[in-house]
Design a protein around this ligand. Structure first.
Ligand code: PMP
Length: 374
């Protein structure tokens, strides 16, 4: 068996230790004589899995007591609707657009605003008429036109496609109830949970397989969902009362997430992860910088994502060649998102340093060869 270096943005590479553990107990979970995915979600075995996963996540992220943890379904995308349905309550909300994902969240909220309240665009970094030049930074708090009465401020703290990250929670405006889409960098570093009203994340990058969506919500924000428009499955209050089990939860995805949390604890937790992630990302960014313009990343230095690194080559033809060759050399998932083209390397927690070293070596060698030819 050969595992290749998988730089996909998500579903993404998972820790080999977690996959091996799942493999070892796939047919018979802890002597129960059945796989965890064949068991009732209300039984003793799965309850243990769920409770352990929740406790480990709380410990990893140091989640304060007054926050609830939910393991839901529908992806991060369904949270684009669930957030306004639960939190707007006829008021207004501020949205900051810094890339494709926060734009989608804003558009989805705006689509249902008549039913739930008012949606404002508080800031956007999209360059008008030149989308390729936009989305390269995260605005300072004083660059946002915030409504002091807004029910919440929505941000995406890591734009998976554009590679723009909020690397320091303290950069977010104080006083606002911040709702953050952390899908692509949750668990990559410690987070000041108390600075946020609500955090959500699709699982398929740093948590586990797709199918599970994590929601961390401050208790005082519960119980505001408009019953006329909010399906009960999307009502955070109803979900907390039922321990994320209003209906059958995605048991196998939750189980896998639990194995990933266990691996993270063993590896030294999020402080250690942050150190490693910083080193890994620095290796790729320095390779881009040292390429003499062969590779380019347009994002402002302070906002460069440690998880998703998009870059371009001098021509689309060279990019296609880079992708083709990378695949024949045992790399996977380096093609950029179709909306922006180019290349993207996603360096989630489970990507080992050796994988990054192999990528950097390939990038250097490719640039040396192709720069000469052009
Ligand atoms: N937000 C971000 C930041 C993402 O990266 C993604 C998926 N790539 C989504 C939202 C949508 O997630 P899902 O496909 O789980 O709905």
């Amino acid at each position: 068996m050969t595992r290749i270096w998988n730089f996909s943005a998500g579903p993404a590479t998972l820790p080999e230790a977690a996959l091996r553990e799942a493999q070892a107990e796939l047919l018979d979970w802890h002597g129960a004589g059945a796989s965890i995915m064949e068991m009732s979600h209300r039984g003793k075995c799965f309850s243990e899995v769920l409770e352990t996963a929740k406790a480990d996540l709380r410990a990893l992220l140091a989640i304060p007591e007054n926050y609830r943890v939910l393991f839901l379904q529908g992806g991060a995308t369904l949270q684009f609707s669930a957030v306004p349905m639960n939190l707007l309550a006829g008021r207004c909300a501020d949205y900051v657009v810094t890339g494709a994902w926060s734009k989608k969240a804003w558009q989805e909220a705006a689509r249902i605003e008549k039913a739930v309240g008012k949606v404002r665009l508080a800031a956007t970094t999209e360059a008008e008429g030149q989308p390729a030049d936009g989305f390269c930074s995260f605005p300072r708090a004083d660059e946002m036109r915030l409504d002091p009465k807004a029910a919440y401020l929505h941000v995406c703290t890591n734009e998976t496609i554009h590679g723009v990250e909020v690397r320091d929670d303290a950069l977010l405006p104080e006083g606002a109830t911040v709702v953050a889409d952390m899908s692509s960098h949750i668990l990559s570093r410690p987070v000041d949970i108390w600075r946020y009203g609500l955090i959500y994340a699709g699982a398929q990058k740093n948590i586990g397989p797709s199918g599970m969506t994590l929601v961390i919500v401050r208790e005082d924000l519960l119980g505001q969902a408009d019953a006329n428009v909010t399906p009960r499955l999307l009502d955070y209050q109803a979900q907390t009362e039922n321990d994320s089990m209003l209906n059958t939860p995605c048991t196998f995805a939750i189980y896998m997430a639990g194995l990933v949390f266990k691996w993270l604890k063993k590896e030294g937790g999020l402080v250690r992860m942050a150190e490693i992630n910083l080193e890994k990302a620095a290796r790729v960014y320095e390779t881009i910088e040292e390429s003499g313009g062969f590779y380019r990343n347009p994002v402002e230095e302070a906002c460069r994502s440690r998880m998703n690194i998009p870059f371009t080559l001098p021509t689309p033809e060279l990019e296609a060649e880079f992708v083709r060759e990378s695949e024949s050399r045992g790399f996977m998932g380096l093609k950029g998102h179709k909306s922006v083209g180019g290349i993207r390397a996603s360096l989630y927690n489970a990507m080992p340093r050796e994988g990054v070293e192999a990528l950097v070596e390939f990038m250097r060698e490719f640039a040396a060869r192709r720069s000469k030819r052009n």
